[in-house]
Each structure stands twice: as structure tokens, then as C-alpha cells.
Ligand binder design. Sequence first.
Ligand code: AMP
Ligand code: MN
Ligand code: MN
Ligand code: MN
Length: 279
Amino acid sequence: MIPGNFDFHCHSAVSDGLLPPAEVARRAAGNGVDLWALTDHDDLGGLPEAQAVAEAAGMGFVNGVEISIEWKGVPIHIVGLGFDREHPALTGGLAELRSGRIERAKRMGDALAAIGIPGVFEGAKRYAGNPSLISRAHFARYLVSIGIARDVPGVFQYYLTPGKPGYVDHRWATLEEAIGWIRLAGGVAVVAHPGRYKLSGAEMRRFLDDFKDLGGQGIEVTSGSHTPDHILHFARLARHYGFHASRGSDFHGPQESYVDLGRLPPLPEDLKPVWRLVG
Ligand code: AMP
Ligand code: MN
Ligand code: MN
Ligand code: MN
């Protein structure tokens, strides 16, 4: 089947999205998505429910995940698609990543207490639908609720980004680990929202060289966080590297995302769509 509207990047409350997997699935189908992947951060727990509801709604479904890595000190996200969700290399690697998140969240709480905002770890935990997957997004929502900033982007800007008081360094997975887990489980590795990283043009090319050498096959060209210029730029890089192109809204919830499920421009027509590898 040739999908008319595929969306391979979004989140449910299993990570830092606002809706349960079933509601994300129904919303995607309602928006006309015909091939869909749920890609929660570092956790596969939403996939069975997402698949059951997607299939009942007549929508094609692909297993997905968004893995947090660090490359030369820069935090980067790698989307995995079309893998066996029971594979122990992938489930074991992700379990370890999640335990690192809890430890990091405690250090974030300590850092915020040190500037006079106590109890934030406990507060953020109440916003996490999945106690083992606590994200800066949950910290941001709690900090908005106690009036520290007006909205979530404001909290990130003043408290939760590098150099700001609530940001702590953390060791995520390596690029090699993330691509290795995905490939061992039979899936395809895709660079998530490349327009968001703080990399120069030369650094981005070095990163993509490494990604390709390690077995990476795809790159998000159309993304909820890409401008029209980003789409042109990353389409050129996809052609240069021979990568398959992906398309994903990165939807987190109706109140927080500018781009809704499936509501993105189409991929440039000459690119190889990544669904050919996993659909
Ligand atoms: P973490 O994986 O815990 O580092 O949290 C990263 C998540 O925070 C991302 O997946 C987004 O959902 C959210 N996020 C990151 N930066 C921003 C920002 N500037 N404004 C709003 N949300 C953000
Ligand atoms: Mn997120
Ligand atoms: Mn991301
Ligand atoms: Mn995402």
C-alpha cells in the first residue's frame, strides 16, 4: 500500500505526551493518517495499545521509539522504526536508559532546590504518566503549575536548557548503542528533527558520516519543528547520503504542539520515503 499521509514521530503519556496511546491513535486516524508510528521517548510500553486501536481504525501501524543519545557531548534523538518490540537487546538497552532518567531527575530537583525552588522532583513525578519515564517536559509542566513561568517554552528558556539552573549534564546512550539496538531488533534508525541540534554545518556532516557508518538509514526531512528552509536543507543531505526520508509531527498534545498529527507538508517527491523500508 502507498500511504497518502504517514506520520512516524509522536508521543503518548507513556513518555511526555499528554494523551494515552489509544487517544493518540484515534486522533491520528481522525486526521487522515493512514500509516502511523508511535515513538515514545526510550519506552515501548504504549505500542500494544497503539497498534490495537490503529488497526481497529483501519490505519497501518509501525512500531516506533525515540532514543535519547549523546554524540560528542551533544544531546541528539534517534528514531527507531519497524523493529521487533520484544527483542532483548532493545528492551534491555531502553530499561537502562530509563533508570538513568530517574537519577538525572533527582539531580535536577536538587539543582532547583539550590536556587530556592524545593520539591520539584516530587512535583514533576506527579505529571509523569509513567513513573519510569520522567522528562524535562514533566518538570516544565509542574513549574508552570506553581507559577515559576507562564508557559512550558518559558520554563525551558529560563530553567531547563544548558547553562540554566535546572539543567544537569547526563550520560545518555551512545550513537553506536542506539543504532545497534534498533538493528539487532530488525528495525531502521532515523535521525530525529535534525534542524533542532546545535551543530555547525561541518559538525552535522561529521555526525551524519558516523550515523551512516554505524548503519543508520533514514533522516526526518519533514518535521513539526522544521522550517521550509530546514526541509530544503535536509532533503539535500538525504540525497547526498542516500538516506531514506521520514516525516513526523512530533505531536505531544493538543495544548502543547503547534503541529497536529499528520498535518505536515509532503516529502519532496524525489526522495525515497522511509515507509518503503518498514511499511
Ligand atoms: P528530556 O528527554 O527529558 O531531555 O526532555 C526533552 C523533551 O522536552 C523533548 O522531547 C520535548 O518534549 C521537550 N522540550 C525540549 N525543549 C523544549 C522547549 N524549548 N520547549 C518546549 N518543550 C521542549
Ligand atoms: Mn518530548
Ligand atoms: Mn526529540
Ligand atoms: Mn519527539
